[in-house]
Design a protein around this ligand. Structure first.
Ligand SMILES: [Zn+2]
Length: 85
């Protein structure tokens, strides 16, 4: 999966967290890289998005699938304006 810039996957992850009712934690965020994990204990979710030299924009480099880890209603990456764009 590729994105045109680093802002696009940030919005994607906010909507994913909202839709799946999970809490994603931003481990690293700069202008070229994004790394997310799950706040639930024992969940192996790892999402690394970064640019590479073969495609323009950024793409998913590593994705370790999310397991069923419960529903959360508090989320540090989703704000009240997350649905406005
Ligand atoms: Zn999880």
């Amino acid at each position: 999966m590729t994105f045109k810039d680093i802002a696009e996957p940030k919005q994607f992850c906010k909507l994913y967290a909202l839709a799946k009712k999970v809490e994603l934690v931003v481990v690293k965020s700069d202008k070229n890289r994004l790394r997310y994990t799950c706040a639930a204990d024992g969940c192996p979710l790892l999402l690394l998005i970064s640019g590479d030299m073969t495609t323009p924009g950024v793409s998913v480099i590593t994705l370790v699938e999310h397991i069923e880890c419960g529903t959360t209603y508090d989320n540090s990456v989703v704000f009240n304006n997350s649905l406005v764009f």
